[in-house]
Write a new protein. Structure first.
Length: 97
């Protein structure tokens, strides 16, 4: 049986390297520093709009908001003015896992 490498993705929503790197340098994030030293890290470019629900949904599906259907935290109900929170049932594309 082929051995498949294990992957762990740590995503820190709204965290930037300008915040994280100084904290690691001060010793305030030792575990993250160890993980980064032993693994791979890098900057990511967000999608438009660069907010949590569409960004993470794009990460999970590999598709842009126009294809997966999540644009914001809330969405309107079709045929009415009612609003509801976007969730997994709002997604129009499958995730990669």
């Amino acid at each position: 049986m082929k051995k498949v490498p294990k992957v762990v993705v740590i995503g820190l929503d709204a965290a930037t390297w300008t915040v994280i790197r100084p904290l690691m340098a001060e010793g305030k994030m030792p575990n993250l520093a160890k993980l980064m030293k032993a693994g791979v890290s890098g900057p990511l470019q967000s999608i438009m709009p660069p907010i949590t629900p569409p960004a993470w949904t794009s990460f999970m599906t590999g598709k842009n908001p126009g294809k997966h259907g999540i644009y914001n935290f809330i969405k309107s109900e079709q045929g009415s003015y009612a609003m509801k929170y976007a969730n997994a049932t709002s997604r129009r594309a499958p995730t990669v896992w």
